[in-house]
Design a protein. Structure first.
Length: 390
């Protein structure tokens, strides 16, 4: 690193179709650093040679972000080298070529001999809290990755105090530097360009609808929402939930088809609407116009969808997780993950209390929260740099 030049931070591309939350996290982080820590940090995003242009173009457009394509970031060959030899040599060669100063490891391990300061981001500990949702091989692969990062002395970054408690519980002997960095969203103007009324009309949604923008992963628990809609149908109350996001869950293939088969068999097609993968500008438009956001998840580290709803002051109906209460300061409505009746009550009440045709804008002081996110991340990078010198 040259004196006065920004720290060059290596990130690896997270495909949106596989993990929308991770993709959005990096997008929000890059924008926060660009807006509030410009000149201090330069994110260098490494993607495979076949990386999705539609994913990468919006990230490359963020000021200060560089995108590097390399076959070294295709597939899992690098992980095998990191495990066998302690170093993903091909990835490290790219880091050297592009003058990297520090590494951000997200669902990727570059080896215990990595010659750079590194931050290991543990988004959550779902595989420990809900082991039944993971095939044994996937669960142990994730656990082994976490333990190798801990044993390699990585600075560990967590997204909530709830996750911090989990970390201390599951890895009581860990001596790593641990930082809690709560992220906040500051969507770029490009993502707010779509007219919410036009997008609502495009998807043929009613004036009042609830929004569920979670990928169809098993732990996201869409089934409890379908059950709640069935209860409301029995009560004669009309409520519509629109869902968006990927239908791929590599851990339990067929989950989406199973949920939608249940929707059809119960005659709820008009009440539960799946829109598929939609542009982020449409996600924000639907969020700004919805009656309320639903997140029924059984496990979260720090929910991206909740954070996005907070940024516009959207009413929220959330599963009763410690992290959801931490994230919302107990200001949302909560229900048990297996309690569709309470969820139905909340949907009914929020719908009755809401007005129609409200288009929300960013709440005041939202960017103060984003600035704090950028500052906390920056402090974490500095602590990782200092830890590497010990």
């Amino acid at each position: 690193m040259n004196e006065g030049s920004p720290l060059r931070l290596a990130f690896t591309h997270i495909p949106r179709r596989l993990w929308a939350g991770g993709y959005n996290y990096q997008s929000n982080l890059f924008q926060a650093l660009s807006k509030f820590r410009s000149g201090e940090f330069a994110p260098i995003l490494f993607a495979g040679a076949g990386g999705d242009d539609a994913d990468l173009a919006p990230l490359a457009a963020i000021p200060g972000v560089e995108v590097v394509r390399s076959a070294a970031f295709d597939g899992r060959a690098g992980l095998a080298a990191a495990l066998a030899w302690g170093l993903d040599r091909e990835a490290v060669a790219e880091f050297r070529t592009h003058r990297i100063d520090a590494i951000f490891e997200a669902a990727r391990f570059f080896g215990w001999r990595l010659p750079y300061p590194a931050i290991a981001w543990f988004p959550d500990f779902q595989h420990r809290r809900l082991p039944q949702l993971f095939p044994a091989a996937a669960r142990w692969r994730r656990e082994a990755g976490f333990r190798m990062q801990i044993a390699s002395g990585r600075t560990v970054m967590l997204s909530s105090e709830s996750s911090h408690r989990d970390f201390r519980k599951f890895y009581p002997g860990a001596k790593n530097e641990v930082c809690v960095v709560r992220f906040a969203t500051g969507p770029s103007p490009a993502f707010l360009s779509a007219n919410p009324a036009e997008i609502v009309a495009q998807y043929q949604l009613p004036e009042k609808y609830f929004y569920l923008p979670n990928q169809f992963y098993t732990h996201k628990n869409h089934q409890v929402v379908v059950d709640a809609l069935a209860i409301l149908a029995e009560r004669g109350f009309d409520a519509v939930v629109c869902a968006s996001g990927s239908t791929e869950d590599r851990r339990e293939r067929g989950y989406f088809d199973e949920v939608m088969a249940g929707v059809r068999s119960r005659g709820l097609e008009k009440r539960f609407r799946h829109l598929g993968m939609i542009p982020l500008s449409h996600v924000y438009a639907l969020l700004r116009a919805c009656t309320g956001l639903i997140n029924p998840s059984r496990s979260e580290g720090w929910s991206t969808t909740v954070e996005e709803a907070k940024s516009f002051g959207v009413p929220m109906i959330l599963s009763d997780l410690d992290v959801h209460r931490e994230q919302t300061n107990d200001t949302a409505s909560y229900f048990g993950t297996d309690d569709p009746a309470t969820l139905a009550d909340h949907l009914m009440r929020v719908s009755q209390d809401s007005e129609v045709s409200i288009i929300r804008n960013l709440v005041p002081y939202q960017y103060d929260r984003v600035a704090a996110f950028a500052a906390d991340f920056g402090n974490t990078v500095q602590r990782a740099m200092q830890a590497s010198l010990r």
